[in-house]
Design a protein around this ligand. Structure first.
Ligand SMILES: [Zn+2]
Length: 286
């Protein structure tokens, strides 16, 4: 899943290893699973064939604006991690309702174009795979990255999958710190909307770029981001909706060029998930 993205402002392509290392170093109680690669057929279900084949052959720009074959080789594994994680969440829905995919956000990739650090749309690759194989009939994509998931909407329109996919992107409406209370209220309101839709799995983009100090984002404090995550995980666990979250965006840089603040924000999402799951299992046993 890991590749060098050249001189891009985005650390996304190297982030999976850094977050995995931090989870191990700090002894987070999580199990690790390798991602199965997505197939060419998986990509062709939601993308223009000329675009897909062009990126894999090095003839068309990827989401980082280059034609790196190293990036191309990582792409089946980043999108594949969403499929693998969703299948794990579905198969273990009783005991382990939350699974993380250590990939980034995907959501700017449209049907026929890479954009904004996103080459292919792994959200839609996973959704279409699960629908095609009959794993589920209804999927929710809750996008809490700072940016609007334009590519996801584009692919939903082009593929006709909208009836099977509930898509809500916070980045379309929530941009400023004075909207933080409304943001969290909107998250609360999603529970009744999702209850009507009855998703069989939720794909949650737990981006770190809504953080108030993010150079490309900025609307929620660290505490508000934790609340955001608790609300999402809380409704998933309460309603028995299996949930996969990914890392999505996050662009804060340390003085030495590292991404420790972004990694910490992602670890906070893991902590929120663990708090909710442990509280739920304590209540169930009690
Ligand atoms: Zn973003």
């Amino acid at each position: 899943m890991v590749a060098e993205s050249g001189h891009s402002v985005s650390p996304s392509a190297s982030k999976p290893a850094k977050v995995a290392e931090a989870l191990r170093l700090r002894d987070f109680p999580v199990d690790f699973f390798p991602p199965d690669p997505a197939t060419r057929e998986d990509f062709l279900r939601v993308h223009d064939p000329q675009f897909v084949n062009g990126v894999f052959d090095g003839r068309v720009d990827n989401g980082f604006g280059n034609r790196s074959m190293e990036i191309a080789r990582s792409l089946p594994f980043t999108s594949g991690s969403m499929i693998t994680a969703a299948k794990l969440a579905l198969s273990r829905r009783k005991s382990r309702p939350v699974v993380a995919a250590l990939c980034s956000g995907f959501h700017h990739a449209t049907w026929n174009e890479a954009e904004g650090f996103c080459t292919f749309n792994g959200l839609m690759v996973a959704a279409a795979h699960l629908l095609q194989h009959g794993d589920v009939a209804r999927i929710a994509i809750i996008d809490a990255d700072y940016h609007y998931g334009n590519g996801t909407d584009d692919i939903l329109d082009r593929t006709g999958l909208r009836a099977n996919v509930f898509h809500f992107s916070f980045g379309k409406e929530f941009k400023r710190p004075d909207q933080a209370a409304d943001y969290l209220n909107r998250m609360r309101m999603l529970e009744s909307e999702l209850a009507r839709f009855e998703p069989q799995v939720i794909l949650y983009q737990a981006g770190a770029d809504p953080h108030i100090e993010d150079p490309l984002g900025g609307c929620l404090t660290t505490e508000e981001m934790a609340k955001r995550d608790e609300l999402m995980f809380g409704m998933a666990v309460r309603n028995h909706w299996p949930l996969v979250f990914n890392l999505a965006g996050g662009y804060q840089k340390d003085a030495d060029g590292g991404i420790s603040q972004v990694v910490q924000l992602h670890l906070n999402t893991f902590s929120a998930a663990l708090r909710i799951i442990m509280a739920d299992s304590a209540a169930t046993q009690g």
